[in-house]
Design a protein around this ligand. Structure first.
Ligand code: 6PG
Length: 475
């Protein structure tokens, strides 16, 4: 049996048989591809072997044996944690690979690392694709959204596999070649930044309903479930509804109320913010979402500060259903503003890093399989179909109508939250982004005057070309 297996030329190899790698491998195998898997951990290999009966798949815990199973030129995908593990796998693979082989990094790698690795491998005659994969365990197993970047010809080699395993929306696979170099990992990073920000906005509405309105978990379940049936439909909204009905096996209570209010992160949201700062493409709601995860960690200080700044949260009074409708509408507006920031960041990156991104295609492959899939992405596709070089979604005629229709609710919610003392900085900053973006004049003239005053940094004038400096204290 083993002998027969070893005769079989496996079309693709998978390094890293953790949750994502194993499920993606099984997904490939479901679609008839012969896949060999490798992991240093013999237990994970054994788990794959036990699931491989009747499949064209094979697990190996010896890298040489694994590479020997692959059809030439070889295609090896890896799904390992970002950072050093990726370099270590590449180092282990290289002695066994030949010129013309292809390595695919399908993890959440930092895009600049992807560029460095691609250059290093190209010099050795090895092709490299940096591929974002979104959808968690379920997505990997039954259809993720896949965001590939790197040499187009390398993508073409694995395109049949990727198209087969990807999620589908109206028959369209949620995968397409996005651009050269690190384009795929950049897009995946922004996906995660948007994910962080939408999660933050949803969490703020939860807080408003819990502490502001006093809703219980059943009611919260019902509200999020209802919102998911409307224009705010999306995966994050859907799972949020489910979360409120989940019972804790240990206590029999709702699990959500037993979970510590300290949010963790693996860095992709922070990278999105860092990159946005570097590209000078503002993504304030994403920045804020990262900051709020960071702030959540200071649980002890928050408790002390609560004693210093005593002010109980004022419950909302008045028409509860009207407030809930306002809240759903505010969340929808905030969500559009988050996607607008993410797409504008990709526009800036596309120019700077020469990705030549087609943002309609990005929105199209985000419609299924990924964590931020939502009904809104159809409108976003439409916006870029109408105008390929749209600088910001807020300038799209249809989306701007939606923002106009919901912005007053966002304003009301933000001001009522401020009065009640419920922290909604994500909604606030989203509104601030809108108000600043739609403002033909901003008080940046004063900042220029201050800079010139204390540091002779000069300023421009509205009535003449050139740069000017004033001796501000000269009488
Ligand atoms: C996805 C997710 C996935 C991962 C996040 C979690 O698209 O499937 O984004 O990549 O679950 O990276 O990130 P944090 O641990 O930073 O929240």
């Amino acid at each position: 049996m083993i002998h027969m297996k070893q005769q079989l030329q496996y079309e693709i190899g998978m390094v890293g048989l953790g949750v994502m790698g194993r499920n993606l491998l099984l997904n490939m195998s479901d679609h008839g591809f012969a896949v060999a898997g490798y992991d240093k951990d013999a237990g994970k290999v054994e788990a794959l072997r036990s699931e491989s009966t009747g499949r064209k798949s094979h697990g190996a815990d010896d890298i040489k044996e694994f590479v020997a199973l692959l059809r030439r030129p070889r295609a090896v995908m890896m799904l390992v944690p970002a950072g050093a593990p990726v370099d270590s796998v590449i180092k282990d693979l290289l002695p066994h690979l030949d010129k013309g082989d292809l390595i695919i990094d399908a993890g959440n790698s930092y895009f600049k690392d992807t560029d460095v690795r691609a250059r290093g491998l190209a010099a050795k005659g090895i092709q490299f694709l940096g591929v974002g994969v979104s959808g968690g365990e379920e997505g990997a197993r039954h259809g993720p959204s896949i965001m590939p970047g790197g040499p187009k010809e390398a993508y073409e080699r694995v395109r049949p596999v990727l198209e087969a395993v990807a999620a589908r929306v109206n028959g369209d696979p949620c995968v397409t070649w996005l651009g050269p170099g690190s384009a795929g990992h950049f897009v995946k990073m922004v996906h995660n930044g948007v994910e962080y920000a939408v999660m933050q906005l949803i969490a703020e509405t939860y807080d408003l309903m819990k502490r502001g309105l006093g809703l219980n978990d059943d009611e919260l379940h019902d509200v999020f479930t209802a919102w998911n049936k409307g224009e705010s439909n999306g995966y994050l909204m859907e799972i949020t509804g489910h979360i409120f009905s989940k019972q804790d096996e240990k206590t029999g209570k709702r699990l959500i109320d037993e979970i510590l209010d300290v949010a963790k992160q693996k860095g992709t949201g922070m990278w999105t913010s860092e990159s946005a700062m570097e590209l000078q493409a503002p993504v304030p709601t994403i920045d804020l979402a990262v900051a709020m995860r960071d702030l959540s960690v200071f649980a002890g200080e928050r408790e002390q500060a609560g004693a210093v700044y005593q002010r109980s949260i004022k419950r909302f009074t008045g028409d509860r259903d009207a407030f809930l409708a306002q809240l759903g509408s505010a969340l929808f507006a905030g969500t559009i503003l988050v996607y607008a920031q993410g797409m504008a960041l990709m526009t800036a990156a596309s120019v700077k890093y020469e990705y030549h991104l087609d943002l309609e295609a990005v929105a199209r492959i985000w419609r299924g399989g990924c964590i931020i899939r939502s009904a809104l992405l159809e409108d976003i596709c439409g916006a870029f179909r109408l105008r390929r070089d749209l600088p910001n979604l807020l300038l799209d005629p249809d989306l701007s109508k939606k923002v106009m229709a919901h912005q007053e609710d966002l304003r009301r919610v933000v001001s009522r939250a401020a009065e009640a003392g419920v922290p909604v900085p994500g909604l606030m900053v989203s509104l601030g982004y809108l108000d600043a973006y739609r403002s033909a004049w901003l008080p940046a003239n004063l900042i220029q005057a201050q800079r010139d005053y204390f540091g002779a940094h000069t300023y421009e004038r509205i009535d003449a070309k050139g740069t000017f400096h004033t001796e501000w204290e000269k009488v």
